[in-house]
Design a protein around this ligand. Structure first.
Ligand code: URP
Ligand code: ZN
Ligand code: ZN
Length: 466
């Protein structure tokens, strides 16, 4: 094998795992693609020794936010350069950030703007989801169908957040377009009116520390919206992803829908396995570091999220990386000069820690096997969002998007290992076993032994099939 000219690169001696199989073999790469799996592959321009290492499909994180406007006086901590860099350090080879339409803005114009922000500034490959915040007749009738044809085949709708929340009627209109065009709808499921009611009441009582962020959006707020989102999707028969699920009741809503045969996918995130609302309780504003929505819950909810991952209710494990700096006038500490949890920007960083956390807490601690790890962190993302089989597996003909892991390496997570634009990690001091040592995108090494070796012009934009 290898032909006259051999391979550009061979990864030798590693243990390869996909979503279905684990096997010892070498990987031959030519022109950015995997062209051979076997032994004694022959001549190669470069050989990477993977003895004692795992050779995995690169992580695909299908839920990240980069360079997203977040309201006056607040700035997201990562742009495309720092966000994709941090992703590469965390063993990822593709990310799917959001392209946010603002009220009054054309969706086309929003897409153009995000491409301009990303152009030449990505270390790894990128595909965009669209956030539909203003479903005008023009957007529903022309822009959305045209964009889906152009490869933007998934979009997110919000049931909460000022300026983003859609009415049930609007959600149905968006879902109907997805149904017509073969797209998939991601739903942020929290009840907007209930959150506003509870938040106003807490403020009247002077209960405004970050801790009360969780009190303002308790489990019924999420469960009700999850049920409603699923019901709306059932009405128009469209596939949906319920994103960032935090607790058992919402998980059980998804399980019930799946048992009925509805096309409902579930996603959870590291924060719902590792954090609880007690983390919001830090001294002063420290708790703001953990403010995200839905909020982290309690140990029983963490256990429910593990069960969702183990039993397949959740097919997607994403970071929901949505980074803001902490000690920064444009960050979480003194949002707009105020201190109520109401003004703390929602979201936490996590694109670099997603994979080590699930590997260590899941695979090493025997909660999930290695193949489920690959499915949850790579393969299922590619399948759900129209990138498979080009992305998400190790097979002949696929892009050579690979992460090489040392499964035994013990690392204490510190912010300086993550190379993002934030000034903290919610997981500072967490000890993990297993760490990505090398990340390769289409055959080119981007990160090796904790050093960035790629360039920000390598990442390419991926159009996706519906
Ligand atoms: O708090 C969160 N999750 N912020 C990110 C935006 C979103 O809703 O996914
Ligand atoms: Zn959301
Ligand atoms: Zn998000």
């Amino acid at each position: 094998m290898g032909g006259m000219s051999g391979f550009d690169l061979v990864i030798r001696g590693g243990r390869v795992a996909t979503a279905s199989d684990t096997f010892d073999c070498d990987v031959g790469i030519r022109d950015g693609r995997i062209v051979a799996l076997g032994h004694d592959l022959g001549a190669a321009g470069e050989v990477i020794d993977a003895t004692g290492r795992l050779v995995l499909p690169g992580g695909i994180d299908s839920h990240v936010h980069f360079a997203q406007p977040s309201g006056p006086g607040v700035v997201m901590a990562d742009d495309f350069e720092s966000g994709t860099r941090s992703a590469a350090f965390g063993g990822n080879t593709t990310v799917l950030p959001f392209c946010l339409q603002e009220k009054g803005q054309s969706l086309r114009e929003a897409v153009r703007l995000y491409h301009a922000k990303a152009e030449g500034r990505c270390y790894i490959d990128v595909a965009f989801h669209l956030i539909v915040a203003d479903p005008t007749p023009q957007v529903l009738g022309q822009e959305l169908p045209a964009l889906i044809k152009d490869g933007y085949s998934s979009f997110k709708v919000f049931m909460t957040y000022e300026g983003l929340a859609l009415s049930d009627r609007e959600i149905l209109e968006v879902m109907a377009v997805a149904r017509e065009t073969g797209a998939i709808v991601m739903v942020h499921a929290e009840n907007y009116d209930a959150i506003r009611f509870l938040t106003d009441r807490l403020e009247r009582l002077g209960q405004t520390t970050p801790r009360f962020h969780a009190t303002s959006r308790p489990i019924p707020v999420e469960r009700e919206a999850t049920h409603r989102a699923i019901s709306l999707a059932e009405l128009v028969d469209v596939p949906v992803v319920i994103v960032h699920v935090s607790n058992r009741e919402a998980m059980e809503e998804i399980r019930r829908a799946q048992a009925k045969g509805l096309k409902v996918h579930g996603e959870t995130c590291p924060q719902y396995l590792m954090l609880t609302e007690a983390d919001l309780d830090g001294l002063g504003m420290e708790g703001a570091k953990y403010v995200c929505s839905p909020p982290p819950r309690d140990p029983a909810s963490q256990q429910a999220c593990w069960e969702g991952l183990q039993q397949g209710v959740f097919s997607l494990f994403s970071s929901d990386h949505c980074p803001f700096r902490y000690d920064d006038p444009e960050g979480k500490l003194t949002p707009k000069g105020r201190t109520s949890f109401r003004w703390v920007p929602n979201g936490i960083p996590g694109v670099a820690t997603r994979l080590p956390i699930l590997f260590s807490e899941g695979v090493v601690k025997d909660r999930i096997d290695l193949n489920r790890f690959v499915a949850l962190t790579s393969t299922n993302h590619a399948k759900t969002y129209g990138l498979y089989p080009r992305k998400g597996t190790i097979a002949i003909g696929t892009d050579a998007d690979i992460a090489i892991w040392d499964p035994q390496r013990k690392v204490t997570i510190t912010h300086d290992l993550l190379h993002d634009g934030s000034d903290y990690t919610p997981y500072e001091g967490l000890e993990v076993t297993g760490w990505p040592m090398l990340t390769m995108v289409r055959g080119r090494v981007v990160m090796r032994d904790g050093e960035l070796v790629g360039t920000a012009d390598h990442g390419s934009f991926l159009a996706r099939s519906a």
